[in-house]
Design a protein around this ligand. Structure first.
Ligand code: PMP
Length: 375
């Protein structure tokens, strides 16, 4: 039977407690949400919803084609200008997802004969970018500029180091100044995935590269998602015009993919304008994460100290992680459950996300439920 081999894989997964299933959210479910990436609580903000609705009314339900044919509207161009301006880069290019943006940035900047140095804790989309790139990849130890320096030394030809700015599993931050220093010593470029930094870190949420003084540098390229702090969907690459023009001509996930849906572009633009107008939202997300961490620690739970909005709590086994998350859910709390292969080190975790609009009482309630359901 053609697909019979799948049963063997499914059985091993079942035995290891690693089966994944979809659980559709019902509209209006009254769960306390510490699982989504809606860090600023903007996805349901009336201005964001209206931004999406207005864009759909003006431009339709889809973008109608690839960006180079019919899929670029004035709204896409406006979003790119404002996103680049906000984060402090010369230019930006919007993609249908952050995943596609990462594939584009890494593949287009790692031609044949080049070297890509990739942090061991990077997100799957950067890893896949390395796998698709024509250059050779070396995996460097996690958050270690010396490892990057060592990997780059002796290489002749184009080179880039790629790293998340905030790692998606543990929420720890990359040593950006050290990475930039290592790259500059070797004339290499630096590609940073700021999916979890935009809207949370940097002045008014301008992102981790901005906070590290790397915004606008001619050797730094940043990717972002529109699906977390900006409460929408889609992704973008920000950087020098030379790089953005190159992506327009060489990045396959830009050229061959249908442009971002107008509603998503409209929602992201509305969120960006809100963030500009209300810069305090960014700092609040970080403060809530720190409060959540302090409350967890005071309750005797071991959690990684957050550098942004993600707080990670280790679980003893994949099965117990799944049960823990299910018990939280039964008690009205939604938390993320990360297991292999979504974790780089095989350790299962509950992944909690701090939202700027969580109240002190909600944090207390969440920690109480997590403590009471602990395996
Ligand atoms: N990079 C990181 C670090 C992420 O966590 C994610 C989303 N999980 C992505 C990229 C992909 O972004 P998107 O969901 O917009 O495809």
């Amino acid at each position: 039977m053609a697909f019979g081999w799948i049963d063997g894989q499914a059985e091993s997964r079942r035995r290891a407690g690693l089966v994944r299933t979809l659980r559709p959210r019902a509209a209006g479910t009254p769960l306390l949400d510490l699982a989504s990436n809606d860090y600023l609580g903007l996805t349901r903000h009336p201005e964001v919803v209206e931004g999406a609705a207005r864009a759909a009314r003006t431009w339709g339900g889809g973008s109608t084609g690839s960006r180079l044919v019919t899929g670029t509207t004035e709204l896409h161009a406006e979003l790119e200008r404002e996103l680049a301006g906000f984060c402090g880069f010369e230019a930006a290019l919007v993609f249908s997802s952050g995943y596609a943006a990462n594939l584009a940035a890494v593949t287009a900047l790692a031609p044949h004969g080049s070297l890509v140095v990739s942090d061991a804790g990077n997100h799957a989309s950067l890893i896949d970018g390395c796998r698709l790139a024509r250059g050779t990849t070396q995996v460097a130890a996690h958050a270690d500029p010396d490892a990057v320096r060592k990997a780059l030394s002796g290489h002749d030809g184009p080179a880039v180091a790629v790293s998340d700015t905030v790692f998606s599993v543990d929420g720890d931050a990359a040593p950006l100044a050290g990475l930039a220093g290592a790259c500059r010593e070797h004339g290499a470029g630096l590609v940073l995935d700021d999916a979890h930094g935009l809207g949370v870190l940097g002045d008014g949420g301008r992102g981790a590269p901005h906070a590290a003084g790397l915004a606008g540098a001619d050797d730094v390229v940043v990717t972002v998602t529109l699906s977390k702090s900006l409460g929408s969907q889609g992704g973008a690459v920000l950087g020098p015009s030379r790089v953005i023009d190159h992506l327009v001509n060489a990045a396959r996930t830009f050229i061959f993919d249908t442009g971002l849906a107008p509603a998503a572009a409209g929602a992201a633009l509305a969120a960006l304008r809100l963030l500009r107008r209300e810069p305090g939202r960014a700092a609040r997300a970080g403060a809530v994460a720190r409060a959540l961490h302090a409350t967890l620690t005071a309750a005797g739970l071991e959690a990684v100290r957050p550098d942004a909005a993600v707080v990670s709590v280790r679980a003893p086994s994949p099965e117990q992680a799944v049960r823990w998350a299910a018990d939280c859910r039964a008690a009205g709390l939604s938390v993320g459950c990360f297991r292999p292969p979504s974790v780089p080190d095989g350790i299962p975790r509950l992944r909690l996300t701090a939202r700027a609009d969580l109240s002190g009482a909600e944090i207390e309630r969440a920690v109480r439920v997590i403590g009471e359901t602990r395996p």
